[in-house]
Design a protein around this ligand. Structure first.
Ligand code: NAP
Length: 244
């Protein structure tokens, strides 16, 4: 196998699917990791020389260890890890259960940390690699998302700290922070909420999953070897935060 290898979590649909498609088009062999069997369809469409599906829950340590063992059994190296899998359980804090908080932190933060740890062991040894964590503009603050916002703020802290640890091993670690993107996750929003969110961003448009994939492909490229610990917003300018 001469292709470079990438793992993309939550790649069965939405932003992760677009990232997997883009990395495959850029010449990577992509592990499409998802809870959902839909990932099998994505891998099938990309073809067996370009992608494979691996069903796993990234918040389960034993499943993450098995995933990395499977990748290493097939490939000489791991070039790119994209931590994209994420969930929401939105409520105002007075209506949010402890289970809502724990579920979001478990997948969005602990899951990404487990994946980073296993990738870091490999990339440190091989002295190369790229990790891209899909955070969210919501880390800056969103009503109804105390759990989600905290998980994504944690993911940005993880990104910055891991960039410090892996820099001297030629491994770059960055985050991409999307704003409102048209995926199955946001298609569940009530129309009036969606309209409010659209009006709050400078472009007044919703982003496409491919917009995020484009930024990830840039950070995953071997050419970006002097960019690390950064967060790139793909959010129609909402993170500017000034004016309407
Ligand atoms: P999505 O449409 O819900 O897709 C997420 C995928 O991840 C689903 O296939 C889901 O499987 C999978 N997944 C969830 N938990 C998992 C786990 N524990 N292990 C493995 N796979 C898991 O979400 P999206 O909108 O594409 O969002 C992707 C990422 O972008 C998330 O991290 C999200 O927080 C972030 N983001 C999204 C937006 C947006 O506007 N869409 C904005 C900012 C940030 P199931 O469907 O079976 O649960």
């Amino acid at each position: 196998m001469t292709k470079q290898t990438a793992i993309v979590s939550g790649a069965g649909k939405g932003i992760g699917k677009a990232i997997a498609e883009r990395l495959a088009a850029d010449g990577f062999f992509v592990y499409i990791v998802d809870l959902d069997i839909e990932g099998e369809l994505v891998a099938g469409q990309l073809g067996k020389d370009n992608a494979t599906f691996y069903q796993a829950d990234i918040s389960d340590e034993s499943q993450v260890l098995a995933l990395f063992q499977a990748v290493l059994a097939q490939h000489r190296a791991l070039d790119v890890l994209v931590n994209n899998a994420g969930i929401i359980r939105d409520h105002m804090i007075w209506n949010m259960t402890t289970a809502d908080f724990d579920a979001v932190i478990r997948v969005n933060l602990k899951g990404a940390w487990l994946m980073c740890r296993e990738a870091a062991k490999i990339m440190k040894t091989q002295q190369s690699g790229r990790i891209v964590n899909i955070a969210s503009r919501a880390w800056l603050g969103n009503r109804g998302q105390t759990n989600y916002s905290a998980s994504k703020a944690g993911l940005i802290g993880l990104t910055r700290s891991l960039a410090l640890e892996l820099g001297k091993y030629h491994v770059c670690v960055n985050a991409v922070a999307p704003g409102l993107i048209d995926t199955p996750l946001t298609q569940r929003l009530k129309p009036e909420i969606l309209e409010q969110l659209l009006q709050a961003q400078p472009t007044k448009t919703i982003g496409a999953p491919e917009d995020v994939a484009h930024a990830v492909a840039f950070l995953a490229s071997a050419k970006t070897n002097f960019i690390t610990g950064q967060t790139i917003y793909v959010d129609g300018g909402k993170s500017i935060g000034a004016g309407i």
